[in-house]
Design a protein around this ligand. Structure first.
Ligand SMILES: *Cc1c(COP(=O)(O)O)cnc(C)c1O
Length: 389
């Protein structure tokens, strides 16, 4: 039911906004998933956005200066701002094809007469990879679903090759060509490696890990664990390729115009990154682990499943992971996720999507007091489900 309340009078809260629109907010216990509105911007992020609204600037000056600041904060040679890691992927492909040629830049996504092939290992194909095609590139696949050799990648190179794609994801790297080998091959042909490392933060050391292994442009999300504006991301890499990326990106006219990032979002991202890199990572990990141990303790006795805190050490943060086993008599993980979301309060928990016996709770977005609420809702729904209801 919508109320008459609006956004310009009276006391404004998150709840007053959702109420006035007739929608119900949820507790986000499933991580910085875009469909569930990402992550909570840091207070520093919001403060910088509000302050930046007071001034006007020349956007290219701001973007160059912001890039220099990001490079400094992350320990890279060069950097630039993008509209999410996916915006970064579009810009990577555009930069690989058009470089700094104004005629090519203005012609994208029409790529007749320019190198437009991106070599991608079959195992690196994933749901967002079509972003690379948006500026007019096409894929040339190498290897099979279970792995790829450097020779298979090399055999895919033609006169039309514009670059190589590398996906960094803990689930996708089995059997892939190691990044340093891919970079060596690419560079021996004068070609760039475009890496998508969107969700590989924390650990903070990953900010320099992929550029250190030779990637020329590395795309990160600003709206996941960095907790900048949800719409932001950034590329780090070699100065030459960062410059090509900037020239191919908004606000310059061209195919990436639809991906503009406002001065407020740029300031918000800088503040978020400044805060992100200064956090004590050990203490942060310990806090998340304690919260997830609490969830595990609340549901550990329920039959038909194993539950444990998992933290893949080179990726992200500890999560409470439930794996249903052969003794499980209840409904599917997706049904449990649906029930949690239909509850009061609504809770978003994540599952493997599609047929999967795994689901998990992610602490990144949990606010003060919410771990207890999530644990209780999860326990009630799991006990009910375990009894076959
Ligand atoms: C999240 C993610 C993206 C998209 O990032 P946005 O910042 O939401 O645009 C791309 N690639 C991978 C591997 C991701 O995990």
């Amino acid at each position: 039911m919508k109320t008459k309340r609006n956004l310009t009078t009276g006391q404004l809260t998150g709840l007053s906004i959702t109420e006035s629109l007739g929608i119900t907010p949820l507790i986000n216990a499933g991580g910085p998933n875009t469909r569930h509105s990402g992550s909570r911007p840091r207070p520093e992020t919001i403060r910088a956005m509000e302050a930046m609204s007071e001034v006007f600037v020349q956007m290219d000056e701001l973007l160059i200066a912001a890039g220099e600041r990001i490079a400094e904060l992350t320990g890279n040679e060069a950097a630039t701002v993008t509209s999410g890691a996916s915006g970064g992927m579009v810009v990577q492909a555009a930069a690989a094809m058009a470089k700094d040629d104004p005629d090519r830049i203005s012609r994208l996504p029409i790529t007749d007469g320019m190198p437009n092939e991106l070599i991608i290992q079959k195992g690196h194909r994933f749901i967002y990879d079509h972003l690379y095609l948006a500026p007019g590139a096409r894929f040339v696949e190498a290897g099979g679903p279970d792995g790829c050799t450097i020779y298979e990648v090399e055999a895919a190179i033609t006169a039309r090759t514009a670059g190589f794609i590398h996906l960094e994801s803990p689930f996708k790297n089995v059997g892939a060509v190691p990044l340093p080998d891919l970079a060596e091959l690419a560079h021996s042909h004068g070609l760039p490696v475009l890496a998508d490392c969107a969700s590989m933060l924390p650990p903070r050391e990953n900010l320099t890990s992929y550029t250190g292994q030779g990637a020329d442009l590395v795309s990160f999300s600003g709206g996941k664990a960095v907790r900048g504006p949800q719409s932001t991301g950034f590329l780090v890499g070699k100065p030459e390729w960062i410059e090509y990326a900037r020239l191919n990106n908004a606000p310059n006219p061209g195919v990436t115009r639809a991906q503009k990032v406002s001065k407020e979002e740029i300031a918000g991202l800088l503040a978020a990154l400044e805060a992100f890199v200064s956090v004590d990572e050990e203490a942060e990990t310990r806090k998340y682990r304690e919260q997830m141990n609490f969830i595990v303790d609340q549901i550990a006795e329920i039959p038909g499943m194993t539950v444990e805190v998992k933290h893949n050490y080179d990726h992200y943060i500890p999560q409470a992971v439930v794996t249903f086993n052969d003794q499980w008599r209840g409904p599917s993980t997706s049904e449990i996720v649906t029930r949690l979301k239909a509850g009061t309060p609504r809770v978003f928990a994540a599952d493997g999507q599609g047929p999967s016996n795994v689901m998990w709770i992610d602490p990144l977005n949990l606010q003060e007091g919410e771990v207890e609420i999530v644990a209780e809702q999860f326990r009630i729904i799991l006990i009910e489900a375990a009894s076959g209801r």
